[in-house]
Design a protein. Sequence first.
Length: 253
Amino acid sequence: MSRAAALPMKQLHSMYVDKARQNALGAVMRWCDTFGSLYVESMSIDDEKKCEIRKLQTFQYVNRISQVQILVRGQSWEDALVKHPNISLSQCLSKVGRTSCATFSSGSTNAGTELFRFITVYVNVDAEDSTKTVPLLYPEEHKAAVQTVPDVQVPFVCPRPADAFIWHTTVRHTDCDLIGHMNNAVYGDLMEDCRRQAAASGAFKGVEAAAGDVHLVSVEYLGQPKAGQDLDIAVWWDEGSHLLGFEFLLEGK
């Protein structure tokens, strides 16, 4: 496991919509999804094998967990991106299993202000049956590229209560990627939309923190919503952890 190797890095230009504080979570998830195979550049394999892994990630890697820590929030997020719209995104492998791997991504402005940290766990699934997992290609080369990274700790929230606010929506065709299901980056936007609908309805009355800016997020992907399917998104305030809980119910289930 390497501790000092420089991380592969890409430059991106934030879109106008990314600069708004309510879009911070969605922006981070889109950026990290767009450059989800950046870590491959740090692997000691030839270009043909790198292309092979990138193709697998496009068509066979599915997200299981995403954890996000947004370090610059609210008005400070908007000020940072307006003043410095170019973002440096770095990425590496942080863990490798038989059929899965985890990546760590970090994003900073070109002035050096770290904006976020992002951990994603990918699972390699069968090309014909996405419910079946298959071993990673070049496992030893994957393991050799693992680096020590900062941890992102997100507390657990309580189970969904019976009186949780429910927001109804439908998966759009434009929400879906090449694998055919709703792209993981869309969840960030939907969570923010659901939270704001709940706040407008009075679901968080007296809980000022529920309307605050996003700081820590953990998403566990258990299903694969497809275009045209109905989604019920539940949101509730957990007084114990002082966090919002979300649950996506596919066609009421």
